[in-house]
Design a protein around this ligand. Structure first.
Ligand code: DAH
Length: 343
């Protein structure tokens, strides 16, 4: 009988040694199973009554030793679990393959915008960004379109409800006024950003779109400087090509022009884009009207400057063959994923 009880105790010792709990829950299970008030060690202690008197002491010592070993193991396990959770590693298997993370893609407008920005940055223009909710003064008045000026009708503007002096900027030209009132010449900035107009949404136009504005103000800045800068841009953007400037009108520039880029008439695509002329209009530009400089506190006798503004959607549609401007704003994942290989 005694021998059987001794064997039971030894089997229990082996079980304690070979059990390898790791998570805090498993460690608690270990404690309950072996050391708990109804645990296996309690049970084996009670078996002492089945041990013959001469071996009771020996049995007591054995069970005590097993208990101590179990307690020590429990303490070590608890400490290990604590340091593991502190270092945040848990029972991490560092050799396991990583969790797959899906790679996002840039929005085609962002790709286009970054490309345009980098072209101008290479010749010393710096990015200036400003608010989309703008006041009437920066969007219109400072830009030489005072109240009741017919030029305001050129753009259908969204006004903020209850405050007729606030609006969603209708062009990035508002950033010109922001920069000129805050900085002294020389000023050489590009202002990319979103603009809003109350236009009927169709495949060709939207109530929100993006522009890049450019502004250069210094002493002795000439129309020829502007032409050269925009010619440089056209070649970087579209490859070897030519440009032409057609006289135009903008309230904030005098003289004003629109710039066309030569796309050719070789393909059906370029014929369609240029309505058969080979020329594609991409931007408006001109010499900053002295009235604009004065409105913004810049001495128009000392300084001259040029400015331009162009849309981003149109060149992006051409570059990526996107037939409908509305795709840009729907954020359909199937549309966006097509640009994952672009940068
Ligand atoms: N703000 C004009 C528009 O949205 C574009 C423009 C034309 C900007 C001529 C300029 C400029 O800076 O000089 O249609």
């Amino acid at each position: 009988m005694s021998q059987e009880v001794f064997e039971k105790a030894n089997a229990l010792a082996t079980e304690i040694r070979t059990t390898a709990p790791s998570s805090p829950e498993e460690i608690e299970q270990f404690r309950i199973k072996f050391l708990g008030s109804k645990g296996a060690l309690k049970g084996i202690f009670q078996e002492i009554r089945n041990v013959e008197n001469t071996r009771k002491k020996e049995f007591g010592l054995l069970v005590n030793a097993i208990k101590q070993e179990a307690e020590q193991k429990l303490n070590t396990l608890k400490e290990q679990a604590e340091t593991a959770s502190e270092s945040g590693k848990g029972d991490l298997d560092l050799t396991a393959p990583g969790e797959p993370t899906t790679l996002g893609s840039r929005h085609p407008i962002a790709i286009m915008m970054n490309e345009m920005i980098s072209i101008f940055e290479r010749i010393g223009f710096v990015v200036a960004e400003d608010r989309e909710i703008e006041d009437d003064w920066h969007n219109f008045t400072a830009m030489n379109s005072p109240e009741d000026h017919p030029a305001r009708d050129m753009q259908d503007t969204f006004y903020i409800m209850n405050d007729p002096t606030m609006l969603l900027r209708s062009h990035t030209s508002s950033v010109q006024a922001r920069v000129m009132t805050e900085q002294k010449p020389p000023i050489r900035i590009i202002a990319p950003g979103r603009v809003y107009r109350n236009e009927t949404i169709s495949a060709r136009s939207h109530c929100q779109f993006h522009q890049i504005e450019g502004l250069y103000i210094d002493e002795n800045v000439s129309f020829a400087d502007m032409k050269q800068t925009l010619y440089y841009f056209a070649r970087e953007m579209f490859g070897e090509t030519k440009i032409r400037l057609r006289p135009s009108y903008f309230p904030f520039t005098e003289p004003s022009a629109e710039m066309d880029v030569w796309m050719g008439t070789e393909t059906e695509e370029t014929k369609r884009l240029t309505k058969g002329t080979g020329w594609l209009e991409i931007l408006g530009c001109g010499m900053v009207d002295p009235a604009v400089l004065e409105n913004c506190g810049i001495d128009s006798k000392k300084y001259t400057g040029y400015a331009w503004g162009m849309g981003i959607e149109r060149p992006a549609m051409i570059k990526y063959g996107i037939p409908d401007i509305r795709y840009f704003f729907e954020n359909d994942i199937r549309f966006l994923q097509q640009f994952s290989s672009a940068i």
